[in-house]
Design a protein around this ligand. Sequence first.
Ligand SMILES: Cc1cn([C@H]2C[C@H](O)[C@@H](COP(=O)(O)OP(=O)(O)O[C@H]3O[C@@H](C)C(=O)[C@@H](O)[C@H]3O)O2)c(=O)[nH]c1=O
Length: 187
Amino acid sequence: MNVIKTNVFDVYILEPQVFGDKRGWFMETWSTKNMEKAGLYYNFVQDNQSYSATKGTLRGLHFQKGDAAQAKLVRCGRGSVLDVAVDLRKGSPTYKKWAAVELSAENKRQLLIPRGFAHGFLTLTDDVEFLYKEDNLYIPATDRNIIWNDPEIGVNWGIQNPIVSDKDAKAPRLCESDVDFVYEVKT
Ligand SMILES: Cc1cn([C@H]2C[C@H](O)[C@@H](COP(=O)(O)OP(=O)(O)O[C@H]3O[C@@H](C)C(=O)[C@@H](O)[C@H]3O)O2)c(=O)[nH]c1=O
């Protein structure tokens, strides 16, 4: 696995090694043993998949607050997306900064997003299947969102009127949110 730093602290692009043969290809998308060798320790406990029918669909920006926070390993199994992670950890050197990476079935790139981030993606094609692992379970009472076009964050989505859920259309701004993440300095 090729581990590539992004412009945001603790967010990494993971590029799997792809083994091609006459049948097609094989790749490991996560191996605890190999990733620990690279200093990445995650215990994933939930796997999710979503389908978005139409190009220009935006899911986000989402997180779970407090102890329910979730690290995510995300990828695209069909189509392509612009994937975005926003650092919401107060005190982080990259607080409120965002990483945006194209993930596609073709490039097989994954984004590893630690706890303390808001996450969202915009579909760049029709028929997007999005796959991800999380290191904490879904707890609806802790589920939070921030409006995708919050000017305080300023993600450059490259779209004015995405298709969003009713819930995401009504999301608060960061300054109205009860987000409570704090950056922990690694020793
Ligand atoms: C996120 C989630 C939703 N659900 C249910 C609740 C709801 O009825 C339905 C759709 O939920 P949502 O509208 O929140 O789905 P969606 O907008 O796809 O939410 C996801 O967005 C991306 C960007 C993320 O980062 C994920 O963590 C998650 O928040 O699925 C679960 O059962 N388990 C889960 O883990």
